[in-house]
Write a protein that binds this ligand. Structure first.
Ligand SMILES: *Cc1c(COP(=O)(O)O)cnc(C)c1O
Length: 463
């Protein structure tokens, strides 16, 4: 071992080797040095642990070529586009909503240039960044006023902070959710400076439970979407109308943390039980909060819509500035909201909604095309089978969407090895493992994704 360690060359010697010297014509000295240093480090570690018992020929062309791989890899961006073949449309790990071309164009225009983000073009005076989307949101939800912040978690925090600090917030035990990423509603309430008063039980809470808990210290009655879970069986929750009446009579505020938040009725596509924002406001809820990048299909953002006096209070709260939306997201949000109005049809123009609304026939045709292409490329064991896709993003946890998936087994690859190889492609393909097969759900694939998937398979099999 000590012998091998002693044979490891000095950095300077390596840099003078002919094949490595050639690399310096293409790559900078620090890049080559860094690649050499990490290679030497790996070799040293391997020798010490006994995994490596012989050293490469440092003078060889092969060794120099191996350095190119690591230099090129370091030049690649860490954050890249991937192909979502998981069948989960709003996949938090994969960036949630894909944006419409109109939203991308708006970000491009506002990002590459100066913009009127806080300039009123009519008066030439300072304008409000919120004005660009407020009317659109009011128009689409029937709200009197609206405000947009960084994300829905910030929307909930700001709303509670501005209305309930030092006061009581009443919430049902059946709705005190954790949605992942350490967002636990009881903790958020505590962080806002409000005092949580839990009422009811896990499966049953009635309006009378809220009523009994209301006292002079109560500021807010809070409802929240249970997002990623459902309580089924012997359950009951109060009607919004009843809570709204209670709030009005007790001079408290009825708030609802909706999470996903849909602007249009999706029951025609088999998704029931997802209340539309305008219906919620109509039933008497004072403020609703929802995400811009879940079912709405826009950029990361949090929308608060409802009573004008409360929105005014929120806008003038010091925390509002700390959670404000950036110009790129705002531009993308405005463009996305416009796709809900004439002359557009959101179900065709907003990618999230299009993925939900496409017929199972379209999904199947895409799966068949991909399977045929994979077979034509030489893979023998490729099948198409029915599968279930999901909306994801904390919406509709137990409602699936009919779908079709392509299932592949490649010679000399285990399913795990195939998953890993496709994940390390230049544009990674993220699929699923079912039993001993690699599976790609066609509902989350675009037609434009298919050549990329084919390219990845060719690359994997050429190795
Ligand atoms: C997703 C979700 C949030 C958080 O939304 P972000 O936009 O991710 O901050 C809050 N509340 C509920 C009920 C959710 O489903």
């Amino acid at each position: 071992m000590y012998n091998l360690l002693r044979q490891l060359p000095q950095m300077q010697t390596l840099l003078e080797a002919a094949h490595i010297g050639v690399l310096l014509q293409t790559y900078s000295r620090p890049e080559v040095t860094r690649a050499l240093r990490s290679t030497l480090q790996a070799l040293r570690g391997g020798v010490r642990s006994g995994h490596i018992t012989s050293l490469p020929d440092f003078e060889s062309k092969t060794f120099a070529t191996s350095l190119v791989g690591s230099i090129e890899a370091r030049r690649q961006p860490n954050m890249r586009s991937v192909i979502n073949a998981t069948g989960i449309i709003i996949h938090t790990n994969l960036g949630r909503a894909r944006l419409a071309p109109e939203a991308i164009a708006a970000m491009q225009a506002v990002g590459a240039n100066y913009s009127n983000i806080e300039l009123d073009l009519n008066t030439g005076k300072r304008g409000s960044r919120y004005a660009h989307v407020e009317d659109l949101i009011c128009d689409l939800t029937g709200a009197d006023a609206a405000l947009v912040v960084n994300n829905c978690a910030a929307a909930v925090l700001l709303s509670l902070m501005a209305t309930a600090q030092g006061k009581k917030v009443i919430a049902s035990r059946g709705e005190l959710i954790e949605i992942g990423g350490a967002f636990r509603l009881p903790d958020v309430i505590e962080q806002s400076g409000a005092i949580l008063k839990e009422v009811g039980s896990t499966n049953k809470t009635r309006a009378s439970d809220y009523e009994r808990a209301i006292d002079s210290e109560t500021a807010v009655l809070l409802k929240s979407h249970t997002s990623n879970f459902r309580i089924v069986g012997f359950t009951s929750a109060p009607k919004r109308e009843d809570l709204a009446l209670l709030a009005r009579n007790s001079n408290t505020i009825l708030m609802e943390d909706l999470g996903s938040g849909v602007l249009i009725d999706l029951s025609a596509y088999g998704l029931r039980d997802e209340p539309v924002v305008s219906e919620i406001l109509k039933s008497g809820v004072d403020l609703v909060m929802f995400s811009g990048d879940k079912l709405l299909g826009g950029p990361q953002s949090g929308i608060i819509a409802g009573r004008a006096d409360l929105i005014g209070t929120l806008k003038s709260h010091p925390l509002c500035r700390a959670v404000r939306i950036d110009k790129l997201s705002l531009a993308a949000l405005e463009a996305t909201l416009r796709l809900y109005r004439e002359p557009h049809n959101p179900v065709q123009s907003v990618p999230v909604l299009r993925a939900i609304a496409q017929t199972v026939g379209e999904v199947r045709a895409r799966a068949d095309w991909l399977a045929d292409a994979l077979i034509a490329s030489g893979l023998e064991d490729v099948t198409v089978a029915k599968s279930a896709a999901y909306v994801g993003g904390g919406s509709l946890p137990q409602q699936d969407l009919e779908s079709y998936a392509v299932s592949v087994s490649a010679p000399s690859y285990t399913a795990d090895a195939l998953v890993a190889a496709l994940r390390s492609h230049e544009i990674p393909i993220i699929g699923l493992i079912r039993g001993d097969r690699f599976v790609m759900d066609a509902r989350t694939l675009n037609d434009e994704d298919l050549p990329i998937v084919m390219h990845a398979f060719r690359g994997v099999r050429a190795r």
